[in-house]
Design a binder for this molecule. Sequence first.
Ligand code: 7TS
Length: 424
Amino acid sequence: MISATDTTKLTNADHPTTSLDVEQIRREFPILGQTINGKPLVYLDNAASSQKPQVVIDTLTRYYREDHANIHRAVHTLGVRATEAYEGARVQVQRFIGAERAEEIIFVRGATEGINLIAQTYGRSLLHQGDEIVITTMEHHSNIVPWQILCEQTGAVLRVAPINDDGELMLDEYEKLLGPRTKLVSITHVSNALGTIVPLRQVVAAAHDRGIGVVVDGAQATPHMKVDVRELDCEFYTFSSHKMFGPTGVGAVYGKFDLLEAMPPYQGGGEMIKSVTFEKTTYNDVPHKFEAGTPNIAGVIGFAVAANYLVEIGFDRIAAYEHELLSHATEMLSKVSEVRLIGTAAEKAAVLSFVVNGVHAHDVGTILDSEGIAVRTGHHCAQPVMDRFAVPATVRASLAFYNTPAEIDAMVVALRNVIKVFSG
Ligand code: 7TS
């Protein structure tokens, strides 16, 4: 029987607290061992989606081979097993982000659906004509558009807190935007396009001082750092499994229990009800009220295994290693005079966004791919960030703990070749 607590055992004895056995970790990610265009794959597109360790892949296949049935309805053995694994995963994800109760975890398709859920339930019942929602310049489109839709529906207004030239939130300007009409702040924890880590405790404290609730888009934080929602004290926190080495098509919303209880449902259907008649339907308890229909059962179980995998490696070690990688990459790129980094915040996750003088980002990406190097190019679903820095697009190398300094060096060598070709 599958268990959501299955993990690869990396003990402290295997790794001193400050270092990772990266070669061992790389062997756990089968996809990384291949060649692309005749060159060893260098995967630097982790902010878009990260790769999956064998333990996650095995969990999915074993679930389908041995345990699958629909959940929350059958008395037969497989139905019970699948339900236990699914609800066990909820407890694992609860612990992963430090929530007080498992009921505070709602499974969704990912951060995008999470924000849409919050906007259309909590947001829609809270906001009225002329009320204000505060976001920032550095949001991913999925933390902009759901609020714009809500503004169209309610007559509320979107206000945008600016960032400085390093890509840091301007806290004083943010605080100035918090006024009597502000009903909600929705903000990223880590910027996908810049890598900036937002000082969330200050952001939340400033909002709470004025009685305003905070929604956090944690999609780019949970792969890199320990998140504790009780410490952050935010009202909602949403994140995606596929960016944290788990399956695609699944993620979670954390919400404070009392808020979830008071919120209307998101979608109607099976599972989210207690009883249905044509006269009156009563809704199920939290969190099931928000999980209409058959969920991504295998994905949820794999998601919890990925979360446990990260915990087993240890966020202290992940953060320390990624910090070293980021410093190395920043230094190497700073030696290339044609390269300009976009996003130089003092507190940064391992993301390097840059432009190359005289070469379009897409050309850089295509040539790097011919060398087996995967980076993302474009606006990264954060067009307002591109506008802020007056660039049409950037090249983005986003790192994970399985990347190595040698891979960074390979990218820089390839970049120098691109520059040579375009200047010659
Ligand atoms: N929020 C942030 C900060 C993100 O970076 C992303 C995806 C999302 C929300 C949406 O997550 P999803 O899992 O629902 O798609 N970011 C990226 C990226 O940077 N490149 O591709 C997707």
